[in-house]
Design a protein around this ligand. Structure first.
Ligand code: CDP
Length: 228
């Protein structure tokens, strides 16, 4: 059967990764969360006090970064999890500390170039679902299906806040909401690979849609693509 490349872009905390994971598992495709790669770079910079170096000498930072390995491994449920060298950083990258810096780091062209290289090196032959901000526009402009997810900032902040509290992080709702609107603004206005709605993308506002509703809609789009 034909194997598709599915690109899911959209605003912060729109549930892209939950949808992408479900789709990848049901189709037997590879799932890659490109945001986790930018978060991994940010965690590395924050932990090693390298945020100033990013500002002052980006080439030196890239050299240091390239001595490390950002990669994915499959867990027992066949879901990819991100590693920095031998360390599973799947949970740490979701912290507010990382979320507050990631969009500044992700706006830097030389960092994007490195990440896009890694993303394009991933084997697409088995089918892939990748989520992020520039997947349909820059990483895989030839994607078979492009989705753009959005929802109201309040709904998104509530979902992310609940997720963070459940995972034991101490945060205030207003901090989460501010971070989401701050990231949307930076991601949409940066010069290199801004978040934009591609002409051939299907826009889904999931403010009032359950994951099941969205999967139903997307599954019928996938069927159409597979039958074409
Ligand atoms: O899951 P959430 O919507 O919070 O964000 P994410 O997908 O983990 O991405 C975190 C940040 O990484 C975004 O706010 C962007 O600044 C950046 N990003 C990007 O620039 N390009 C991508 N393809 C993916 C993420």
């Amino acid at each position: 059967m034909k194997k598709l490349t599915i690109a899911i872009d959209g605003h912060a905390s729109t549930g892209k990764s939950s949808i992408a994971k479900e789709l990848a598992v049901s189709l037997g495709y590879t799932y890659i969360n490109s945001g986790s790669m930018y978060r991994a770079v940010t965690l590395y910079a924050v932990e090693n006090n390298l945020m100033d170096l990013i500002d002052n000498n980006i080439d030196q930072f890239i050299n240091l970064l390239n001595n490390n390995k950002i990669h994915f491994k499959f867990n027992k449920n066949l879901i990819s999890e991100i590693f920095l060298n031998d360390r599973n950083i799947e949970n740490e990258i979701k912290s507010l500390k990382v979320s507050q810096k990631v969009s500044v780091v992700a706006a830097i062209p030389k960092i994007r170039k490195e990440m896009v290289k890694l993303q394009r090196n991933i084997d697409r032959n088995k089918g892939i679902v990748m989520d992020g901000r520039d997947i349909g526009s820059v990483v895989f402009p030839d994607a078979d299906l492009k989705l753009f997810l959005t929802a109201s900032p309040e709904v998104r902040a509530k979902r992310r806040y609940n997720e963070m509290v459940d995972s034991g992080e101490k945060v205030e709702f207003h901090e989460v909401l501010e971070n989401i609107t701050y990231r949307d603004n930076l991601d949409s206005t940066r010069k290199d690979s801004p978040l934009i709605i591609q002409k051939d993308a299907v826009v889904i506002d999931n403010s009032f849609l359950s994951i099941e509703d969205q999967l139903l809609k997307i599954s019928s789009l996938i069927k159409e693509k597979l039958n074409n």
